[in-house]
Design a protein around this ligand. Structure first.
Ligand SMILES: Nc1ncnc2c1ncn2[C@@H]1O[C@H](COP(=O)(O)OP(=O)(O)OP(=O)(O)O)[C@@H](O)[C@H]1O
Length: 366
């Protein structure tokens, strides 16, 4: 455990996206409508406003993605979360036009994706935005090493170089020694690692994950989540991650887009979604989340007052409430909040309890 003068909880600071850089993906007014005469739905205000069941009844169409706008920032893990059928897969497939959007604009690094020709799209999917699927799509007759090298082979990288690069990524995902096995001789978790190594080997600007871990058992799933967090920390690669699992979203996401019936009902950090749900639907969704593990000291702290200690134990603003509870319990009194060597506030029993109880969260920091 840390000494009393050490600042705890700096880890959350390192995963946040770089501020101020241009977004990787920019999505504006995106629609995907399936069914007859789909094109007319986004254009006709009366149809666009219909709820899913009414739209289906009137037109036979399903609006899987309805007027969605967001940016994916460079270096962030952007999670798309929602229940089954909410439109997650359709939305993410539209990003590289694996599914053709019905309306709206999508750009990568400012380049209009809707205007790309076939060759440019192929290049986008191979080099810039690689997808890791739930069913890993491994080639059964190839070895682990050759599966990982496959993406490089498609890119036309020479054999010796691609084997060397593939071996490095096999090691990176913890599969050293298994290079010569075939997918059938691996567990589900190991196969998923091969899929991950294959996507990483082509060094894409963005990794898109479509529910990659939902077929894995809970312990292996947890392992893979940690693997993603580790890779993200090491490489800072931009990731878009689809999941229907709230705890997975909270664990991985820098920001989460929560979808319902094709719309994004809230887009925010895990702390914003849990601490300030946008509506009753979101509130209900996050009701059972252990708040102390998601909310941070930033929400729980109060300003400095006369008489507060100017030395002693400290926590970082990004430390979880759970970490701060431990620090306050150990010290027996309020603990300073220190950011870059400067004391920015204090956390005490009252502020921490308010956040855990879900009353007055945010007020304490005002
Ligand atoms: N090709 C298609 N034709 C018609 N409707 C479709 C098609 N693909 C998806 N849909 C519908 O669009 C909606 C969104 O589907 P989508 O697969 O994007 O949801 P999801 O959130 O990814 O669900 P899941 O978690 O079950 O994969 C659903 O109502 C689905 O039935």
């Amino acid at each position: 455990m840390s000494s009393t003068h050490e600042t705890t909880g700096v880890k959350t600071e390192t995963t946040s996206a770089e501020a101020g850089t241009a977004p990787v993906f920019s999505v504006e007014g995106l629609w995907k409508v399936f069914g007859p005469g789909a094109d007319r739905v986004p254009e006709a205000a009366d149809l666009a406003a219909l709820e899913p069941a009414a739209l289906r009844e009137r037109t036979g169409c399903t609006a899987a993605v309805r007027d969605v706008s967001f940016d994916v920032r460079r270096g962030e893990v952007f999670v798309v979360m929602g229940l089954s059928g909410s439109g997650k897969s359709t939305l993410v497939r539209c990003l590289t036009r694996l599914i053709e959007p019905t309306a709206g604009s999508i750009a990568i690094d400012g380049e209009d994706i809707t205007a790309m020709d076939k060759a440019r799209l192929r290049e986008l999917r191979r080099h810039r935005a690689a997808m890791v699927f739930q069913h890993f799509g491994l080639l059964p007759h190839r070895t682990v090493l050759d599966n990982v090298a496959y993406g490089l082979e498609i890119q036309g990288v020479a054999k010796a170089e691609r084997r060397e690069r593939a071996a490095a990524f096999v090691a990176k995902v913890g599969l050293e020694g298994l290079e010569d096995r075939r997918p059938g001789q691996l567990s589900g978790g190991q196969q998923q690692r091969v899929g991950l190594a294959r996507a990483l080997a082509v060094d894409p600007e963005v990794l898109l994950f479509d529910e990659p871990f939902s077929a894995l058992d809970p312990l292996i799933r947890r392992d893979m989540q940690e693997e993603v967090v580790r890779l993200h920390r090491e490489e800072g690669r931009t990731m878009v991650f689809i999941t229907h699992d709230l705890s997975e979203a909270l664990r991985l996401g820098d920001r989460i887009a929560l979808m319902r019936d094709g719309r994004v009902v809230q887009l925010g950090t895990p702390e914003e979604i849990v601490g300030s749900p946008a509506d009753d639907y979101v509130r209900d969704f996050v009701r059972d989340v252990p708040r102390e593990q998601v909310m941070t000291v930033r929400t729980a702290m109060r300003p400095l007052r006369d008489g507060d200690a100017d030395s002693g134990p400290a926590v970082a603003p990004g430390a979880t409430v759970s970490e701060a509870i431990e620090a306050v319990a150990r010290s027996g009194g309020p603990v300073r909040v220190v950011d870059a060597g400067r004391c920015v506030g204090v956390v005490d029993h009252e502020g921490l309890l308010s956040v855990v109880a879900g009353v007055g969260a945010g007020k304490a920091a005002a």
